[in-house]
Structure formats: structure tokens, C-alpha cells
Design a binder for this molecule. Structure first.
Ligand code: BJW
Length: 247
């Protein structure tokens, strides 16, 4: 990892000092330095090894609930063993320093909350929660019968992880809060996301339309890159602590 100081433009430093409402959208890249795999990176992303249509759609679950349940159980264990990194921690510090701070994540790993962030808007759910596939209701306890997936204690339907699969709608209140923050913030940061999965990918563009300063933090370019006011190339665990120093 390159340890030289980041070149942060002076107008961005000024914007960091003047800002009233910061909105942040994170994706799997912020957890990469915690050892949690991203989705679309060529060598290491989950979708380079597994097909999303076999694992992350309601149709896949109906076809093969055991396969999907066990894949998420494996990922759930991986996440439980991971620790928040310097990027997650820097966002906790930033939240303390600005009048209004909205943290929106596409991640299901809960690492922002474990780092100490409050009020996190989870757009794609949380891998640590379970719900009934039939009733779409959170289930906290179920009888351990050894069956995979286990059954809902109320209706007997299959249980599934409380995450948002392709073709499913996002939690309504979470999406409404995220859109409202993107439309009212004065600084929007897009961190560690390929910005291809909608509707989350529309949020930085909503912010741009409303006149916010938009900053992208990512080692690679994305569809947002040509539109962002500032692009900070590098891993979030290095860039974010430096940014927060300027606040
Ligand atoms: C680093 C780094 C470091 C590396 N530091 N950075 C409009 C247009 C086109 C399609 C659609 C549309 N509206 C809806 C759709 C359909 C679909 C969609 O968007 N498809 C596109 C992919 C084409 N969207 C949906 O189906 C959504 N539902 C919906 O819209 O409902 C209404 C509707 C339904 C049907 C039709 C129309 C409307 C639901 C989307 C659910 C996404 N679910 C997943 C799985 C969650 C559960 C799980 O974890 O298994 O969410 S897919 C996966 O992608 C996951 C992620 O949250 C999401 C985004 O990925 P992310 O986080 O950006 O990861 P990567 O890997 O893509 O990028 C990582 C980035 O990090 C890279 O850029 C790296 O460079 C960078 N990086 N290391 C900083 N150290």
C-alpha cells in the first residue's frame, strides 16, 4: 500500500471545513480491508466465483434453498470473524465532528455499526438477520432441527437471510431516508462502490443534481468518476483517516 500523503485539493479541504450535512454511501470496497470480499472485482469479487442468478435472487432460493442458505451461512461466518478497519473508524469520528451526518450503506456486514456508527441506513439489509421467505417477517428464534434452511416457527415456510436480492424492492423507509439525505446534503461521498446497482447507484447523481459537492473514494474508476467533483484514488482505509484530519 502506498503510504505517501494524499494530495487533497485545497477547495476540497475548504468544503470539508464548511460542510453542514455530509451524506456518505458505502459499498463493499470499504470492507475489503477487513477481509470481506467485494462483488465485482475481477480476481477477488464474489461474482467472479459465483453466479448471482444462482444465489442472490428469490427464484434461486425457490429452486435451491439449501444451496442459498448454506452460501449465506458461509458468508455470515466470514463477516462475524472480520473486524472494522480504519475506514469504518474514520467515519465514526467524522460523524462526531459535523452537525449532520447520514451514513447510507449497501453492505450487509454490519461493520459500520460494530465500529460505532449510529443511525446507519442499510439499503440491502443485514446478513446477521433472518426472515421468513413466505411472510417477509423477521424471525429471531427457530427450532434447530438440522434442516437447511430452517423453518419459520409460525408458518413453516423456509427462513432466509434478511438481505435484498436482485428483483426485490429495497426497504421503503431506508430508501426514502437515503434519497432525502442525497437531496439535502452539501457534501456527498461515494466510497468503495462500483456504482452499478440501482437504486443505490442513483444517489450520488441525485446529490449532484441538487448542487452538492460529490467526492468519490475508490482505487478504480466507476460510472460516477467522470461526474464527481473530486476523485480520491486509493483504499478507503488510507484515504478516509486523512480526510477526517482536515475537518
Ligand atoms: C475499494 C477498495 C478499498 C475495492 N477502498 N474501495 C436501473 C437500471 C438498471 C437496472 C436496474 C435499475 N433499477 C433496478 C435495476 C435492477 C437491479 C440492478 O441494479 N441491476 C444492475 C446490476 C444492472 N436492481 C435491483 O434488482 C434492486 N431492486 C430494485 O431495484 O427493485 C425494484 C425493481 C425490481 C426489478 C426491476 C426494476 C426495479 C435490488 C438490488 C439488490 C442488490 N443486492 C446485492 C446482494 C445483497 C445481499 C448479499 O450481500 O448477498 O447487493 S448485489 C451486490 O451489489 C450487493 C451490493 O450491495 C451491491 C453493490 O455492490 P458494491 O458494494 O458496489 O460492490 P462491487 O464489488 O460492485 O464494487 C466494489 C468497489 O469497491 C469497486 O469499485 C472497487 O474498485 C472498490 N474497492 N477495494 C475503496 N480498499
Amino acid at each position: 500500500m502506498n503510504s505517501t500523503a494524499l494530495d487533497i485539493p485545497s477547495n476540497l479541504i475548504q468544503a470539508l471545513r464548511d460542510v453542514h450535512h455530509v451524506a456518505v454511501l458505502t459499498g463493499s470496497g470499504i470492507s475489503a480491508e477487513s477481509g470481506v470480499p467485494t462483488f465485482r472485482e475481477a480476481q477477488t469479487g464474489l461474482w467472479s466465483r459465483f453466479k448471482p442468478e444462482d444465489l442472490a435472487t428469490p427464484e434461486a432460493f425457490k429452486r435451491n434453498p439449501k444451496l442459498v442458505w448454506e452460501w449465506y451461512a458461509w458468508r455470515g461466518e466470514l463477516v462475524s470473524g472480520a473486524q472494522p478497519n480504519a475506514g469504518h473508524v474514520a467515519l465514526v469520528e467524522w460523524q462526531r465532528r459535523v452537525p449532520q451526518f447520514t451514513l447510507i450503506t449497501q453492505n450487509v456486514d454490519g461493520l459500520h455499526q460494530r465500529a460505532g456508527s449510529g443511525n446507519v441506513i442499510e439499503l440491502h439489509g443485514n446478513i446477521g438477520r433472518t426472515k421468513c421467505f413466505e411472510e417477509n417477517r423477521i424471525v429471531e428464534k427457530w427450532p434447530e432441527t438440522g434442516e437447511a434452511p430452517p423453518r419459520c416457527p409460525r408458518c413453516g415456510g423456509h427462513l432466509r437471510p434478511d438481505v435484498v436480492w436482485f428483483g426485490e424492492t429495497l426497504p421503503v423507509e431506508a430508501l426514502e431516508r437515503a434519497v432525502a439525505a442525497a437531496r439535502s446534503c452539501d457534501l456527498f461521498l461515494s466510497i468503495g462502490t462500483s456504482t452499478v446497482v440501482h437504486p443505490a447507484a442513483s444517489l450520488p447523481f441525485e446529490a449532484l443534481e441538487q448542487g452538492a459537492t460529490v467526492v468519490e473514494i475508490n482505487p478504480d474508476s466507476t460510472p460516477l468518476t467522470p461526474h464527481a467533483h473530486h476523485v480520491l484514488r486509493g483504499p478507503a482505509g488510507r484515504v478516509l483517516p486523512e480526510l477526517v484530519r482536515h475537518r
